[in-house]
Ligand binder design. Structure first.
Ligand SMILES: [Zn+2]
Length: 144
């Protein structure tokens, strides 16, 4: 099939207003491109910001529906702490809570450090964590 020149779309140049039937991307009269560059990289910024905002508020919504995890040691956290857990990991669930009592006992060159924490979501209950060489050795409830 022969390409017919008049089948080419009529394009109006927005620079010189000349209409031309052409397949060219540029105006044959002034040489400027017909197509407006619609996309700019910075168009992505509000989209990204919006996406983050939606994600943030969606997460906040979910968190708001659930009961907030109380600061400090909860009974579930205390019970779920396996023996041998690193002291730093245990400290992570304490949310900065200070021990009510610290007891150190040495034996055989190793120092056992026992810390007593009040359990925040169960009344009259404390939990004793004892660490030997930075790892959890003893984990048990302590009732008053
Ligand atoms: Zn033109």
């Amino acid at each position: 099939m022969n390409a017919e020149p008049d089948r080419a779309p009529l394009k109006i140049c927005r620079h010189c207003s000349l209409g031309s039937r052409t397949d060219a991307e540029r105006c044959p009269s002034c040489g400027k491109p017909y197509r407006r560059r619609v996309w700019r990289w910075w168009f992505a910024i509000p989209i990204v910001v919006l996406a983050f905002a939606i994600g943030y508020f969606a997460r906040k919504e979910i968190a708001g529906d659930e009961e907030a995890e109380p600061a400090g040691l909860t009974i579930a956290e205390a019970r779920g702490m396996p023996i041998g857990t690193a002291q730093a990991a245990v400290d992570g669930v304490l949310d900065g809570q200070r021990p009510d009592r610290v007891k150190r006992s040495s034996g055989g060159g190793n120092e056992l450090v026992c810390r007593l924490y009040a359990v925040v979501d169960e009344e009259r209950t404390a939990w004793e964590f004892c660490f030997l060489d930075g790892a959890l050795e003893v984990s048990r409830p302590h009732r008053f």
